[in-house]
Design a protein around this ligand. Structure first.
Ligand code: ADP
Ligand code: MG
Length: 728
């Protein structure tokens, strides 16, 4: 019988690259499939246009009549573009997006068909969504959940469906998705940052958080990926000896992009352009078959939607090119995994990046204000930020000596460290004219517009300042950016509110001038948040010890990392920023724990299949070949055969040993799973999966990889790393 591995190799070797033609100038068809500004002006009445713009800018409600008009306009446009269906597009807590399509088609009373889409369908829908994770919210309250239009993210046509970005909430208003809390956090940071930005410029009326993600991913041949149960079911290779050549020659990073990959990228980019996703950068990443795509940054909510849409488009376009895209954070052992750096900043409606140093001392004081407050926020809530990027798959990266450690610290570079050191020495209370001049000329005034450390690549830092933005590096490739963005914006909002209160109080009660008050508060923040700043090697052992001395958290696995979500400080933060109620936080924590359990359970089951149905049978069949050989030699040579079959004997025995151990370990893992499954308490169960089940995975893998090295290539059933990893 033929082995699927070899059929897949033959299939993948026979592929012809699918060439793709540019459809014209990209700037000309950018956003053609989006109900954007241009379409709104074209299709909406002035009233409707103003109403939608107002809703986007200030979150005002859109009344029913206007919603009808908007829906009608969207329908006319969508049908003219060939759309037949519409859907509310939302982000349940599964991490992916969800959609349920309805045709525009409806019947009139006389039986004639018409296309219908009204305000009520635009604004709200009630999908039968009882199968989405809710952490018990829908059981305890109301069985129903509904989706509600998010006008801040424009509708778009995907395939033949008009997609309307929506939030997903329970009947009693609890968020059941990743978008609703994000929107609340963005609102909180807008209010807080606007308040502070107005110290410097009264014209500021709104501050948007901005996000530019950098999506890393792997591309594999579709047939080869389909030939391995672990890639199909767990999204990563659970076993597999590394190829003789991996990334050690650094010949893939920024190298010439393989033909099949570049064709895929071009096709993908064209799709993205139609959908208004401003893709910009593409390159090979460090590991073989690993690539990266980055867009021009956007307002954070839109950027999150665009990242989720992108991941979906990538899977579809890859399929067309007979490729499989992997977003798993660690699909292969021994080579780099995939992350998704989140570049973040704050931008005013007057066009100023609040984290960009400026040309005047005042602009630089504004920059320092937002810069130091962000550092302070991260220092206070470092553990919560860590929890927002925790997942079973990202556990393979964080702290695994290739990605940022599980310890959150901030890299700011030498120039800015020097500035903060100087500011630490600012006098208490009122400042003398000389000190003010000195600060203006020689400290604040000396911050260059372009920072040298901008180019510094301290890749080991999980939270780095890169010139005019912060970059969260620990985010996993699969993660919905809404999660870290919700936390980061919520903690910065909280911090900026606290800052404003302190500054205002110094101005009112101590009669300090505004800049004196700001310097005074910043000085204290710089002092109290020192422990979070670290410019050294985040991968080193010494840092781990030093971080412990600094009392920074170091939660190495998801069950541990998730605990802090429901600490009294975290609950108070979410409540005061109106980001999540306690019920919502507890539900979310439970969903994350459940997801961890389920993903680990799936991997455990796949191990069972791999070991019993692939690895052991292949090993025994090769062992039988050797035994037949030895018996043959004995028949021919009699007693003299011993000397001739030394090597065979050794291999037979090694296979026997590894088979015995891998079977034993797999059975023990199954028993550990059974014990874990009996636990009713979800956090305890997650911990049991983490501490009692997962450790077996490495052991099983070790013996499998040894067997892979012993068994004849022609008998090994699973596509090998060297076959998976070097597409042309
Ligand atoms: P790299 O970090 O690889 O050197 P860049 O710094 O140029 O690359 O940008 C990486 C990402 O950061 C891009 O997606 C870019 O759009 C985004 N970015 C740049 N400026 C900002 C900003 N002010 N806010 C948010 N993201 C930004
Ligand atoms: Mg970057």
């Amino acid at each position: 019988m033929s082995i699927p591995r070899f059929e897949a190799i033959t299939e993948s070797n026979s592929r012809k690259p699918l060439t793709t033609e540019e459809k014209g100038r990209r700037s000309e068809y950018f956003g053609t499939h989006v109900f954007n500004e241009e379409r709104m002006l074209q299709y909406l009445t002035r009233d409707a246009y103003n109403s939608v713009k107002d809703a986007i800018f200030s979150g005002s409600k859109i009344d029913r009549k206007i919603a009808d008009q908007v829906a009608e306009a969207m329908k006319v446009w969508a049908i003219s573009m060939g759309a037949t269906h519409y859907t509310h597009w939302f982000q349940p807590l599964t991490g992916a997006t969800a959609e349920k399509h309805d045709a525009f088609l409806d019947l009139k009373q006389d039986g004639r068909a018409v296309e219908k889409f009204g305000g009520s369908q635009l604004v709200q829908q009630e999908p039968d969504a009882s199968s989405f994770p809710s952490g018990g919210i829908r059981n305890t309250f109301e069985a129903r959940g509904y989706t509600a239009w998010d006008p801040t993210s424009p509708a778009f046509i995907y395939g033949s469906t008009l997609c309307i970005p929506t939030i997903f909430v329970s009947y009693t208003g609890e968020a059941l998705d990743n978008k609703a809390p994000l929107l609340r956090a963005l609102h909180a940071v807008d209010e807080a940052a606007t308040g502070v930005a107005r110290y410097f410029d009264k014209n500021v009326t709104k501050v948007n958080a901005t996000l530019g993600w950098e999506q890393e991913y792997f591309l594999l041949d579709k047939a080869l990926a389909a030939s391995r149960p672990d890639l199909v079911l767990a999204g990563r290779t659970l076993v597999g000896h590394y190829a003789a050549k991996g990334q050690q020659l650094d010949d893939h990073y920024f190298g010439v992009i393989p033909v099949r990959a570049i064709n895929f990228m071009r096709d993908l980019e064209m799709e993205c352009n139609k959908l208004g996703i401003p893709v910009k950068t593409r390159h090979n990443e460090v590991a073989p078959n690993q690539f990266e795509l980055a867009p021009v940054f956007e307002e954070a909510n839109l950027a999150v939607d665009h990242n989720l849409l992108l991941m979906d488009v990538m899977e579809k376009v890859a399929d067309k090119h007979d490729l499989k895209v992997l977003f798993h954070e660690k699909p292969f052992a021994g080579i780099n995994g995939s992350g998704k750096h989140n570049n973040w900043s704050l931008a005013t409606d007057t066009g100023v990046n609040l984290l960009s140093p400026g040309t005047t001392p005042m602009k630089n004081l504004q920059f320092l204000t937002f810069f130091v407050n962000t550092i302070k926020a991260v220092d206070t809530y470092e553990e919560l930020l860590r929890s927002s990027i925790a997942s079973a798959s990202n556990d393979h990266r964080l702290g695994a000596n290739e990605a940022p450690p599980a310890i959150i610290s901030i890299f700011i570079g030498k120039q800015l460290s020097d500035v903060l050191d100087e500011l630490e020495g600012v006098s208490q209370g009122k400042l003398s004219p000389e000190e003010k001049t000195e600060l203006k000329l020689n400290v604040v005034g000396k911050i260059p517009e372009i920072l040298l450390d901008n180019t510094d690549r301290n890749r080991t830092s999980p939270f780095a300042f890169t010139g005019n933005k912060f970059e969260i590096r620990g985010v996993g490739a699969k993660t919905n950016c809404a999660k870290p963005m919700t936390i980061l914006n919520a903690i910065v909002a909280w911090q900026l509110n606290a800052f404003k209160k302190e500054v205002d109080s110094l101005i009112d009660k101590k009669k300090l001038k505004k800049d004196e008050a700001i310097f005074n508060v910043l000085r204290e923040y710089i002092k109290s948040s020192k422990r979070i700043r670290f410019d050294g090697d985040g991968y080193s052992q010494e840092w781990e010890l030093e971080a412990k001395r600094r009392k920074l958290s170091n939660n190495k696995n998801t069950p541990e990392a998730l605990q802090v979500m429901t600490s009294s400080e975290a609950l108070a933060l979410f409540k005061s920023m109106e980001v999540m109620s306690e019920i919502e936080v507890r539900a979310r924590q439970e969903v994350e724990q459940e997801t961890y359990i389920l993903q680990t359970q799936i991997e455990g089951r796949v191990f069972n299949e791999l070991v019993y149905n692939y690895i052991i049978p292949a090993s025994l069949s090769y062992q039988n070949e050797l035994i037949t050989n030895v018996l043959g030699l004995k028949e021919i040579y009699g007693a003299a055969h011993k000397k001739l079959s030394d090597g065979q004997h050794a291999i037979i025995e090694q296979i026997a040993e590894h088979v015995a151990t891998i079977k034993k370990k797999t059975d023990q893992m199954t028993e550990a799973r059974k014990r874990a499954n009996k636990l009713k308490d979800i956090p305890k169960k997650a911990q049991a999966y983490c501490n009692s089940v997962r450790p077996y995975f490495d052991e099983i893998r070790y013996h499998s990889d040894k067997l892979e090295q012993l068994v004849a290539n022609s008998s090994w059933p699973l596509a090998k790393y060297r076959e998976l990893l070097f597409i042309k």
